[in-house]
Design a protein around this ligand. Structure first.
Ligand code: HEM
Length: 227
Protein backbone atom coordinates (compact mmCIF):
# COMPACT_ATOMS: atom_id res chain seq x y z
CA UNK A 1 0.00 0.00 0.00
CA UNK A 2 1.28 3.49 -0.86
CA UNK A 3 0.89 4.64 2.75
CA UNK A 4 3.26 1.92 4.01
CA UNK A 5 5.75 2.70 1.22
CA UNK A 6 5.59 6.38 2.17
CA UNK A 7 6.04 5.58 5.88
CA UNK A 8 9.12 3.48 5.13
CA UNK A 9 10.84 6.18 3.05
CA UNK A 10 12.88 9.01 4.52
CA UNK A 11 10.81 11.65 2.75
CA UNK A 12 7.65 9.95 4.06
CA UNK A 13 8.96 10.14 7.62
CA UNK A 14 9.95 13.77 7.10
CA UNK A 15 6.49 14.56 5.73
CA UNK A 16 4.83 12.93 8.76
CA UNK A 17 7.17 14.98 10.96
CA UNK A 18 6.20 18.17 9.12
CA UNK A 19 2.42 17.57 9.14
CA UNK A 20 2.32 16.54 12.83
CA UNK A 21 4.62 19.47 13.67
CA UNK A 22 2.19 21.90 12.00
CA UNK A 23 -0.73 20.36 13.95
CA UNK A 24 1.23 20.95 17.17
CA UNK A 25 2.07 24.53 16.10
CA UNK A 26 -1.66 25.18 15.61
CA UNK A 27 -2.32 23.80 19.10
CA UNK A 28 0.32 25.99 20.78
CA UNK A 29 -1.05 29.11 19.06
CA UNK A 30 -4.60 28.36 20.29
CA UNK A 31 -3.36 27.39 23.78
CA UNK A 32 -1.25 30.55 24.07
CA UNK A 33 -4.22 32.73 23.06
CA UNK A 34 -6.45 30.90 25.58
CA UNK A 35 -3.90 31.48 28.36
CA UNK A 36 -3.92 35.24 27.74
CA UNK A 37 -7.41 35.24 29.25
CA UNK A 38 -5.66 35.25 32.62
CA UNK A 39 -5.36 39.03 32.03
CA UNK A 40 -9.19 39.26 31.82
CA UNK A 41 -9.72 37.82 35.30
CA UNK A 42 -10.83 34.55 36.95
CA UNK A 43 -14.41 34.52 35.58
CA UNK A 44 -13.26 34.63 31.94
CA UNK A 45 -10.46 32.10 32.29
CA UNK A 46 -12.35 29.61 34.45
CA UNK A 47 -15.39 30.00 32.17
CA UNK A 48 -13.25 29.13 29.12
CA UNK A 49 -11.79 26.09 30.91
CA UNK A 50 -15.28 24.94 32.02
CA UNK A 51 -16.53 25.36 28.44
CA UNK A 52 -13.69 23.19 27.06
CA UNK A 53 -14.36 20.51 29.69
CA UNK A 54 -18.13 20.61 28.95
CA UNK A 55 -17.51 19.51 25.33
CA UNK A 56 -16.95 15.96 26.65
CA UNK A 57 -16.28 13.56 23.79
CA UNK A 58 -15.11 16.33 21.49
CA UNK A 59 -12.41 17.29 24.00
CA UNK A 60 -11.27 13.67 24.19
CA UNK A 61 -11.22 13.47 20.38
CA UNK A 62 -8.98 16.56 20.19
CA UNK A 63 -6.76 15.17 23.00
CA UNK A 64 -6.45 11.87 21.12
CA UNK A 65 -5.57 13.72 17.89
CA UNK A 66 -2.91 15.77 19.69
CA UNK A 67 -1.44 12.73 21.42
CA UNK A 68 -1.28 10.86 18.10
CA UNK A 69 0.44 13.85 16.47
CA UNK A 70 2.94 14.09 19.35
CA UNK A 71 3.74 10.36 19.38
CA UNK A 72 4.23 10.28 15.58
CA UNK A 73 6.36 13.45 15.72
CA UNK A 74 8.68 11.99 18.39
CA UNK A 75 8.77 8.55 16.71
CA UNK A 76 9.73 10.04 13.33
CA UNK A 77 12.43 12.18 14.99
CA UNK A 78 13.84 9.06 16.64
CA UNK A 79 13.76 7.01 13.42
CA UNK A 80 15.23 9.80 11.26
CA UNK A 81 18.05 10.28 13.80
CA UNK A 82 18.86 6.57 13.53
CA UNK A 83 18.71 6.62 9.72
CA UNK A 84 21.08 9.62 9.67
CA UNK A 85 23.50 7.98 12.13
CA UNK A 86 23.54 4.74 10.11
CA UNK A 87 24.16 6.64 6.87
CA UNK A 88 27.10 8.57 8.35
CA UNK A 89 28.64 6.68 11.28
CA UNK A 90 31.57 9.13 11.39
CA UNK A 91 30.79 12.83 11.34
CA UNK A 92 32.15 15.16 8.61
CA UNK A 93 35.71 16.33 9.28
CA UNK A 94 34.48 19.81 8.46
CA UNK A 95 30.91 21.10 8.35
CA UNK A 96 30.13 23.92 5.94
CA UNK A 97 26.44 24.43 6.65
CA UNK A 98 24.36 26.76 4.49
CA UNK A 99 21.58 27.64 6.89
CA UNK A 100 22.63 26.25 10.24
CA UNK A 101 21.35 28.14 13.28
CA UNK A 102 21.33 27.52 17.04
CA UNK A 103 17.69 26.55 16.48
CA UNK A 104 18.45 23.91 13.82
CA UNK A 105 21.34 22.48 15.85
CA UNK A 106 19.21 22.07 18.98
CA UNK A 107 16.17 20.41 17.35
CA UNK A 108 16.93 16.96 18.78
CA UNK A 109 17.98 17.78 22.34
CA UNK A 110 15.62 20.74 22.51
CA UNK A 111 12.83 18.41 21.39
CA UNK A 112 13.68 15.92 24.17
CA UNK A 113 13.59 18.77 26.72
CA UNK A 114 10.23 19.95 25.39
CA UNK A 115 8.87 16.42 25.73
CA UNK A 116 10.02 16.34 29.37
CA UNK A 117 8.39 19.76 29.87
CA UNK A 118 5.05 18.50 28.43
CA UNK A 119 5.03 15.54 30.88
CA UNK A 120 5.86 17.89 33.80
CA UNK A 121 3.25 20.40 32.60
CA UNK A 122 0.41 17.85 32.38
CA UNK A 123 1.22 16.56 35.89
CA UNK A 124 1.31 20.18 37.02
CA UNK A 125 -1.81 21.85 35.59
CA UNK A 126 -3.99 19.09 34.14
CA UNK A 127 -3.87 16.26 36.69
CA UNK A 128 -2.62 18.43 39.59
CA UNK A 129 -0.28 15.61 40.65
CA UNK A 130 2.47 18.10 41.49
CA UNK A 131 0.18 20.16 43.72
CA UNK A 132 -0.27 19.11 47.38
CA UNK A 133 -3.20 16.97 48.48
CA UNK A 134 -4.43 16.02 51.96
CA UNK A 135 -1.95 13.14 51.93
CA UNK A 136 0.92 15.33 50.63
CA UNK A 137 0.42 18.67 52.45
CA UNK A 138 4.13 19.54 52.19
CA UNK A 139 4.26 19.65 48.35
CA UNK A 140 5.70 22.82 46.87
CA UNK A 141 2.62 24.44 45.32
CA UNK A 142 -0.57 25.66 46.98
CA UNK A 143 -3.69 23.49 46.59
CA UNK A 144 -4.93 22.44 43.15
CA UNK A 145 -8.54 22.81 42.07
CA UNK A 146 -9.84 21.35 38.83
CA UNK A 147 -12.48 24.11 38.70
CA UNK A 148 -10.18 27.05 39.39
CA UNK A 149 -7.57 27.12 36.62
CA UNK A 150 -7.00 30.83 37.28
CA UNK A 151 -6.24 30.11 40.96
CA UNK A 152 -3.90 27.23 40.00
CA UNK A 153 -1.96 29.46 37.60
CA UNK A 154 -1.66 32.34 40.08
CA UNK A 155 -0.63 30.17 43.01
CA UNK A 156 1.84 28.05 40.99
CA UNK A 157 3.66 31.09 39.56
CA UNK A 158 4.20 32.68 42.97
CA UNK A 159 7.12 30.28 43.16
CA UNK A 160 10.09 31.78 41.22
CA UNK A 161 11.53 28.28 40.58
CA UNK A 162 8.35 27.21 38.82
CA UNK A 163 8.43 30.44 36.80
CA UNK A 164 12.07 29.69 35.89
CA UNK A 165 11.14 26.20 34.61
CA UNK A 166 8.41 27.67 32.38
CA UNK A 167 10.53 30.59 31.13
CA UNK A 168 13.43 28.30 30.17
CA UNK A 169 11.07 25.77 28.52
CA UNK A 170 9.50 28.61 26.48
CA UNK A 171 12.99 29.61 25.24
CA UNK A 172 13.42 26.06 23.92
CA UNK A 173 9.96 26.28 22.36
CA UNK A 174 11.01 29.55 20.67
CA UNK A 175 14.06 27.86 19.12
CA UNK A 176 12.12 24.72 18.15
CA UNK A 177 9.41 26.78 16.43
CA UNK A 178 11.87 29.11 14.69
CA UNK A 179 13.39 26.13 12.88
CA UNK A 180 10.40 23.76 12.83
CA UNK A 181 7.76 26.17 11.54
CA UNK A 182 10.10 27.02 8.63
CA UNK A 183 11.48 23.56 7.81
CA UNK A 184 8.06 21.87 7.87
CA UNK A 185 6.70 24.03 5.06
CA UNK A 186 9.95 23.51 3.12
CA UNK A 187 9.69 19.71 3.55
CA UNK A 188 6.12 19.73 2.27
CA UNK A 189 7.13 21.89 -0.69
CA UNK A 190 4.73 24.65 0.34
CA UNK A 191 7.44 27.29 0.04
CA UNK A 192 10.03 27.63 -2.70
CA UNK A 193 13.76 27.18 -2.06
CA UNK A 194 15.19 30.57 -1.19
CA UNK A 195 18.68 31.99 -1.79
CA UNK A 196 18.35 33.48 1.71
CA UNK A 197 17.11 30.60 3.89
CA UNK A 198 17.57 32.65 7.08
CA UNK A 199 14.95 35.18 5.97
CA UNK A 200 11.88 33.45 7.42
CA UNK A 201 9.29 36.04 8.16
CA UNK A 202 6.32 33.83 9.05
CA UNK A 203 8.29 31.33 11.18
CA UNK A 204 10.01 34.19 13.02
CA UNK A 205 6.72 35.96 13.76
CA UNK A 206 5.01 32.71 14.88
CA UNK A 207 7.95 31.77 17.16
CA UNK A 208 8.20 35.22 18.78
CA UNK A 209 4.42 35.72 19.24
CA UNK A 210 4.02 32.24 20.82
CA UNK A 211 7.05 32.81 23.08
CA UNK A 212 5.89 36.27 24.20
CA UNK A 213 2.30 35.15 24.79
CA UNK A 214 3.27 32.12 26.89
CA UNK A 215 6.05 33.84 28.84
CA UNK A 216 3.85 36.85 29.71
CA UNK A 217 1.64 34.73 32.02
CA UNK A 218 4.16 33.39 34.59
CA UNK A 219 6.12 36.66 34.50
CA UNK A 220 2.96 38.77 35.07
CA UNK A 221 2.03 36.62 38.09
CA UNK A 222 5.55 36.83 39.54
CA UNK A 223 5.55 40.63 39.12
CA UNK A 224 2.13 40.89 40.78
CA UNK A 225 0.42 42.24 37.64
CA UNK A 226 -1.94 39.23 37.78
CA UNK A 227 -2.93 38.21 41.32
C1 HEM B 1 3.80 29.56 30.13
C2 HEM B 1 3.36 28.57 29.38
C3 HEM B 1 2.12 27.76 29.66
C4 HEM B 1 1.13 27.94 30.59
C5 HEM B 1 0.99 29.05 31.62
C6 HEM B 1 0.17 26.86 30.42
C7 HEM B 1 -0.98 26.70 31.18
C8 HEM B 1 -1.82 25.60 31.11
C9 HEM B 1 -2.95 25.36 31.99
C10 HEM B 1 -3.39 26.29 33.10
C11 HEM B 1 -3.53 24.19 31.61
C12 HEM B 1 -4.80 23.53 32.22
C13 HEM B 1 -6.02 24.03 31.49
C14 HEM B 1 -7.32 23.50 32.05
O1 HEM B 1 -7.31 22.51 32.80
O2 HEM B 1 -8.37 24.07 31.70
C15 HEM B 1 -2.76 23.67 30.50
C16 HEM B 1 -3.02 22.48 29.83
C17 HEM B 1 -2.23 21.98 28.81
N1 HEM B 1 -1.12 22.53 28.25
FE1 HEM B 1 -0.27 24.27 28.82
N2 HEM B 1 0.60 26.05 29.37
C18 HEM B 1 1.79 26.56 28.91
C19 HEM B 1 2.56 26.05 27.86
C20 HEM B 1 2.28 24.87 27.18
C21 HEM B 1 3.05 24.34 26.08
C22 HEM B 1 4.29 25.00 25.50
C23 HEM B 1 2.44 23.19 25.69
C24 HEM B 1 2.81 22.23 24.59
C25 HEM B 1 3.91 22.25 23.88
C26 HEM B 1 1.31 22.98 26.54
C27 HEM B 1 0.45 21.91 26.46
C28 HEM B 1 -0.65 21.71 27.27
C29 HEM B 1 -1.52 20.55 27.17
C30 HEM B 1 -1.37 19.38 26.19
C31 HEM B 1 -2.53 20.71 28.13
C32 HEM B 1 -3.67 19.75 28.46
C33 HEM B 1 -4.90 20.16 27.71
C34 HEM B 1 -6.02 19.19 28.05
O3 HEM B 1 -6.57 19.28 29.14
O4 HEM B 1 -6.28 18.35 27.21
N3 HEM B 1 1.21 24.03 27.42
N4 HEM B 1 -1.72 24.55 30.22
Amino acid sequence: MWLVTLYRSTIGKKSIMAVTGLVLVAFVIVHMAGNLQVFLGPAKMNGYSAFLKSTGELLWLVRLGLLTALVLHVLMAWQLTRVAAAARPHDYARRDARASTVASRTMRWGGVLLLAFIVFHLLHFTTGTLFPTASRPDAVYPAFSEHDVYGNVVSAFHNPWVVAVYVVAMLFLLLHLFHGAWSSVRTLGLSKPSPQPLHRRIATVVAIVVWLGFTAVPVAVLLGVVR
